[in-house]
Design a protein. Structure first.
Length: 201
């Protein structure tokens, strides 16, 4: 049976709604060195050829950070990370050719010829699983307990980065709303005076 992500794609409609905001506003954004440092670290710790921060949307997984892979996204239905977000535990696949879920997956039978995969789920601050930090290799592999712990630690650091960005956006939105509310309550004369003060002669 092809390892297509049919189970994860049946998550509730409520979870699939407002995917953009729940993924921390990161989808389709520019590369970020703060995230790239963490994927390089995880790649080095586990010793794999590929490391990704994958954000799983309704139809695809999109890579916020990627090491060792040129593709920016893949369809969700063939994604390993679509399976990883079904649980809070790390999903480890030592040899995909020996796993019934993935043995005839196009990412296994063709480029990038996945054999080893491990994905640590990433959460928003409300606990919703939005994607995974994953390490991938074209050779079978088994993580040590220390590597598993370190992979989770790096994933926690990524979650901190996501939450910090969410909080900054929320604060900026609150400031904007406060300013609009203040302006709405100001008299025309006060608005005029404030406008004049902002003009540089």
């Amino acid at each position: 049976m092809l390892g297509r992500c049919t189970e994860s794609c049946r998550q509730t409609d409520a979870q699939d709604n407002d995917t953009k905001s729940r993924r921390g506003g990161l989808l389709d954004t520019e590369p970020d060195e703060a995230f790239d440092r963490l994927t390089r670290l995880a790649q080095s710790i586990v010793g794999t050829s590929i490391c990704l921060i994958s954000l799983v949307d309704r139809e695809r997984q999109w890579f916020k950070s990627r090491q060792g892979l040129d593709a920016e996204q893949t369809p969700r239905e063939i994604s390993f990370c679509g399976h990883a977000i079904l649980s809070d535990d790390i999903l480890e696949v030592p040899d995909a050719t020996q796993d019934a879920r993935f043995l005839d997956n196009p990412l296994v039978t063709g480029d990038p010829n996945i054999r080893f995969y491990a994905g640590a789920p990433l959460h928003c601050d409300d606990g919703y699983r939005i994607g995974a930090l994953c390490v991938i290799d074209d050779k079978p592999h088994q993580m040590t307990p220390a590597q598993r712990l370190a992979l989770r630690d790096v994933a926690d650091c990524i979650e901190d980065q996501i939450r910090n960005r969410q909080q900054k956006r929320a604060y900026a939105s609150l400031q904007s709303l406060t300013r609009l509310s203040t302006e709405a309550n100001e008299s025309p004369q006060a608005l005029l005076r404030r406008g004049l003060r902002s003009i540089t002669f």
